[in-house]
Design a protein around this ligand. Structure first.
Ligand code: PRT
Ligand code: MG
Length: 213
């Protein structure tokens, strides 16, 4: 049995065409079903639905043989024990710094004052501001970072941006692009040895499907 860990939403949706290229069709719609383990048309392949931030953990400890996860999640989680054979070029976005549109970010950074930064991505944010030589007070959040500058919780946020519509709707502006993000295929190291043939086949088909795009 091959177990693939996916999160509901954009990662699930954008992985489907890659699975199709490998002849794998998921037999239930995660938005309609309450099942956490979804069968596929291949009796020896199943999909487990986990929280996006839990995908690396499932694969690392062998709860799944392989998974699809954002580079942002991989960096924050740390990639110990994970083989990362492919950048799938899906679920693309960027990690950026954003502030209220009436906040003078350049001035705040230039003065060398402490910047209060709210984010779920504390590791990425810490590295980024350390490289810039900016002192930060880091506030860890788990959701809706956009709210932090609006309520006075923080001066700036470090968050994912794709279209920029969420920032705009909340009177925030992107002031720095930290890094580009896409989702990667991650594979359990032990599974790669024990189930080498079927896993290698999936990796190869995914690699080919990406190149054709
Ligand atoms: O949503 P939930 O809290 O359950 O979990 P999650 O946010 O960890 O998962 P999910 O499924 O939302 O995101 C999974 C992965 O998709 C992330 O780890 C990224 O690698 C990738 N991805 C790509 C994104 C986006 N684009 C994205 N736009 N993840 C989140 N967003 C959010 C962003 O945080 C912001 O709130 O969408 C909003 C901004 O979108 P725009 O288009 O308005 O700029
Ligand atoms: Mg989300």
């Amino acid at each position: 049995m091959i177990t693939l860990a996916l999160s509901k939403g954009r990662i699930f949706d954008e992985t489907l065409p890659l699975l199709a290229a490998a002849g794998i069709e998921v037999l239930e719609d995660p938005e309609k079903s309450r099942k956490l383990i979804l069968p596929t048309n291949q009796p020896d392949v199943r999909v487990v639905l986990v929280r996006a931030t839990d995908v690396p953990t499932y694969v690392q400890y062998g709860g799944a043989d392989l998974g699809v996860t954002g580079k942002d999640t991989l960096i924050e989680h740390g990639a110990q024990g994970l083989y990362q054979p492919l950048d799938l070029q899906i679920a693309k976005c960027r990690v950026s710094v954003a502030v209220r549109n009436d906040f003078d970010y350049q001035q705040a950074v230039r003065q060398g004052a402490r910047l209060r930064v709210a984010t779920k991505y504390t590791s990425i944010a810490r590295d980024f501001f350390a490289t810039k030589g900016v002192h930060v007070d880091m506030i860890k959040l788990y959701g809706s970072m956009e709210l932090a500058p609006l309520t006075g919780l923080a001066d700036a946020i470090v968050d994912l941006v794709s279209t920029g519509n969420t920032l705009k709707a909340n009177h925030l502006v992107e002031v720095e692009r930290i890094m580009d993000i896409s989702s990667h295929l991650v594979v359990n190291q032990a599974a790669l040895k024990l189930k080498q043939a079927p896993l290698k086949r999936i990796i190869d088909v995914f690699a080919q499907a990406i190149q054709q795009d």
